[in-house]
Design a protein around this ligand. Sequence first.
Ligand SMILES: [Zn+2]
Length: 403
Amino acid sequence: MNKQLSITIVIALLLNTASTLANSTTLTAKQLAKKAIIVDTHIDAPSKLLAEWGDLGSTSPSREFDYPSAYSGGLNVAFMSIYTSASDDQQGKAKQIAHTQIDSIEALIARHPNKFGLLSSPKDIERLKTENRVLLALGMENGAPIEDDINQVGKFFKRGVRYITLAHSASNRISDSSYDPRRQWNGLSPFGKKVVSEMNRLGMIVDVSHLSDKAVKDVLLLSKVPVIASHSAFRHFTPGFERNISDELARAIAAKGGVIQISFGIPFINRKSADDLQAFFKEKAAIAKQNQAAIVSGTELIDEQSFDKNWWDKHPMPVTPIDAVLNQFDYAIKLVGIDHVGIGSDFDGVQGALPEGLKSVADYPNLIVGLQTRGYSDEQITKLLGGNFLRVWTEIESGAEKS
Ligand SMILES: [Zn+2]
């Protein structure tokens, strides 16, 4: 090779590297957080509001979601989790609680129409978001409020609910749960299969987080459109913890066009804490059984709140670096590709058990810095922040229009 040619090649290579670098990190993390549409598919603010009311339009230091933090973190679409527990279900209170939580979100939006808006379709984002608004969408965690009435699916859809996590910590009328040793349906129940079909018909997203592996498989076989895991981490890091998604099922969700939204909570990303959480829910299932018997016999119930507190006092969460979350993203992207991964933080849902640097909705820029440092381009990060989820939601919505 002559000298002139080799110099030309070296210059070309340098220019090429320079332009790749420029393309990959043209924006600071803060700028990218502002520019991209950030969607977080799991924030537990509504149940927290019911337990302890506060005005989320202003700074609320004891919470992980409030307007000033969301605005500063660049959050555009926050899925508010309409959560009911297995014990709410047993006591016949799930439907009532779900409606009350939806009321509280409607009240929040009515109180601050310039700060919040209710989002019921991805088509409305551009129109509704305006300069400063954080849009609130509704996701139902635990299908218990549907009770045994298929018409309730449509009724909650009318109220704005756009996804349902079919079960939570215990097997319910719809599906088995990963936490519950009872496998009463061996997957989805016959009623659960009807619920999935009805959700497809309405354009409601089926969420497989929390389900047993067999139930996820049933959903994947039955659903005519992609499905999501709204807040799950990868079982690869927490072997034996069925609550996290297995490689096989993550690949199947991606192959069907869906997305896995990674949760940040320490119990999902730290192996020891995952074991503790699994043991916690086993004990909770036993307590639920005892309380059910106590309701029948009229004897005193075990106080679940103080049980929970004692348990977590005895099983503290380890300090966990943000790298543990970034490792989840790296692993997921290698496994299923950049188009099938997103964010489902579980803020306000893990009693503050969050990694360093990801303590609230103000901290998405820290996640962006981490992803940039690991070599992802602005375009790739934009997909992870919300682009992928919005593509899937749009597809599910148009599936309804066709049927
Ligand atoms: Zn959850």
